[in-house]
Design a binder for this molecule. Structure first.
Ligand code: DAT
Ligand code: MG
Length: 149
């Protein structure tokens, strides 16, 4: 089983989309293993987006991401890193297909409402950056036997 880091960004929180986003992961059958509602510091966001440090939008992105609360989550499931990225859609909502989260719920690249890890390695790094070991819940969903062969 893989784990991935998903966060509803400040714009998604302000627009009241946390429930809709959680619902999509829940109804697909993924398992929530950690979650918290937090306002991250700008320094924290600079670490989170370190691979984008040379991009012209890096400073504004980190400032924006720390400007309000985010809903940070770790979801678990088979091939979830890649499949969650497909659920998100493209980075630019304008390129995202209807049916995807960004394709259905947002318009602008700088306000694309949700973050999702892009690789298994980045998922591990992001999960370590955002969550401590004691923040994870060990549980077996009652649906498990009907989701996986
Ligand atoms: P993603 O969030 O799809 O993984 P990314 O890691 O390339 O995309 O970029 C992180 C975020 O930065 C992205 O969700 C929105 C913002 N961003 C990316 N490209 C941008 C651009 N050209 N102009 C403004 N913001 C951008
Ligand atoms: Mg990314």
């Amino acid at each position: 089983m893989e784990r991935t880091f998903i966060a509803v960004k400040p714009d998604g929180v302000q627009r009241g989309l946390c429930g809709e986003i959680i619902k999509r992961f829940e109804t697909r059958g993924y398992k929530l293993v950690a979650a918290k509602f937090v306002q991250a510091s700008e320094d924290h966001m600079k670490k989170h987006y370190l691979d984008l440090k040379d991009m012209p939008f890096y400073a504004g992105l980190c400032k924006y991401m720390s400007s309000g609360p985010v809903f940070a989550m770790v979801w678990e499931g088979q091939s979830i890193v890649k499949l969650a990225r497909m659920m998100l859609g493209e980075t630019n909502p304008a390129d995202s297909k209807p049916g995807s989260i960004r394709g259905d719920l947002c318009i602008n690249i700088g306000r694309n409402i949700i973050h999702g890890s892009d690789t298994l390695d980045n998922a591990k790094m992001e999960i370590d950056l955002w969550f401590k070991a004691e923040e994870f819940v060990n549980w077996t969903p009652a649906t498990q036997a009907f989701l996986y062969e």
